[in-house]
Design a protein around this ligand. Structure first.
Ligand code: NAD
Length: 342
């Protein structure tokens, strides 16, 4: 266990088993030196407790990187609830989880993630104030989408020296909470669109609404485009897909886009500009963190707009240092977090 904490440079792992509700939950706190750890609560099936621990630690570290790259006074944390195989009572489960969060006395602030929504956050909020993304707040995905849109523009500027998206073809994978408003913004921004989703109904609906070309999910990687925007799932930049890409930029919201760190180098060697995921998709975290401490909307908007500046700096450094953008971002994040020299 401590080896795993050491490997992730994480500070604490908290476990909760509540026999009455059947709750089996883990809260991983990666780092709180810059502020309380903020990160979503994932509610999915895990094959084993080890898988759940690993997921929590990996995701908590990602949140620290995301927070530090957005210059937020926030640490990284994440929680996972192991979804029961049999019957469960959602109200009781998330009430027990709310108690768990409260016991940490504000060191961890929870939010939505895969398998949770404002409904669960509302239940948690009955037990603790250390929760964001309840039904009384905006959906953070809108802010994530705005950050990705501005990030795509920054990448296009860097790669094609073009300040707008007119005539730029963007292939979007995933048309959910982030992908849908992104497609909308890209359409209004003058981009040509190729889109996909495993949900055929959503795919056809969005294609009609925004005059986009719909392709089957497995064809999106080989689409002729300028920008590939992964907004569905992680691990989609890998040995297999890199050979298919015909894009010059990869910029989307999905977490953990690179299957391995080496894939960042492979993209660089192929001349594909990659917008590091934890930088470009920080808009939702910015909203959740700043709204939680009652920052005004203008400050939140300003901070979200800074995502594009940070990306531009990373792209410039990638060129001047002849280093993959993924590595440039990692080095900056590690330096800010651990004061390691770059
Ligand atoms: P979502 O579940 O609302 O939407 C994901 C969409 O992708 C769905 O429509 C789904 O059908 C589609 N999809 C799944 N697998 C696919 C595949 N193989 N091919 C094509 N489409 C596929 O999720 P979301 O909130 O929009 O988040 C999208 C991604 O961005 C996720 O990786 C998430 O972790 C990441 N992210 C989201 C936020 C946020 O604020 N929502 C913030 C940071 C990162």
């Amino acid at each position: 266990m401590f080896q795993q904490l050491k490997a992730h440079k994480a500070h604490d792992l908290h476990f909760k088993y509540d026999p009455a509700s059947g709750l089996k939950a883990i809260i991983a706190i990666h780092d709180t030196r810059k502020g309380p750890a903020l990160g979503g609560c994932r509610f999915i099936h895990y094959n084993s407790a080890d898988d759940a621990i690993n997921d929590a630690l990996r995701l908590a570290k990602g949140m620290s990187y995301k927070a530090v790259m957005a210059n937020l006074p926030q640490g990284g944390g994440k929680s996972v609830i192991m979804k029961p195989n049999g019957h469960f009572n959602r109200q009781e489960l998330f009430t027990a989880f709310g108690h768990f969060v409260e016991e940490l006395n504000g060191r961890y602030i929870t939010s939505i993630d895969s398998g949770t929504s404002a409904i669960e956050m509302d239940i948690i909020s009955q037990q603790t104030k250390h929760v964001t993304s309840t039904s009384h707040e905006d959906n953070p995905s809108i802010y994530t989408s705005q950050g990705v849109f501005e990030g795509i523009k920054a990448a296009v500027k860097s790669k094609f020296n073009q300040s707008n998206l007119t005539g730029i073809t963007v292939a979007v994978q995933g048309l959910g909470n982030v992908g849908y408003p992104l497609v909308q913004a890209l359409h209004h921004g003058g981009a040509r669109l190729v889109i996909t989703d495993i949900n055929a109904e959503q795919l056809n609906h969005v294609a009609t609404e925004f005059n986009a070309k719909a392709v089957p999910p497995d064809e999106i990687y080989g689409v002729e485009c300028d920008v590939f925007s992964p907004c569905g799932l992680g691990g989609i930049v890998n040995n297999h897909t890199i050979q298919q890409f015909k894009c010059q930029v990869i910029a989307g919201s999905a977490n953990n886009q690179l299957a391995t760190a080496e894939d960042g180098l492979r993209l660089f060697e192929r001349g594909i500009l990659y917008a590091p995921d934890y930088v470009i998709n920080g808009g939702g975290l910015i909203y959740a963190a700043m709204h939680h401490v009652d920052k005004p909307d203008e400050e939140i908007a300003k901070k979200t707009a800074e995502i594009a500046n940070t990306l531009s700096e990373i792209f410039s450094a990638s060129i001047s240092q002849n280093m993959p953008s993924s590595e440039v971002a990692d080095r900056i994040a590690q330096q800010r977090l651990y004061d390691e020299s770059i």
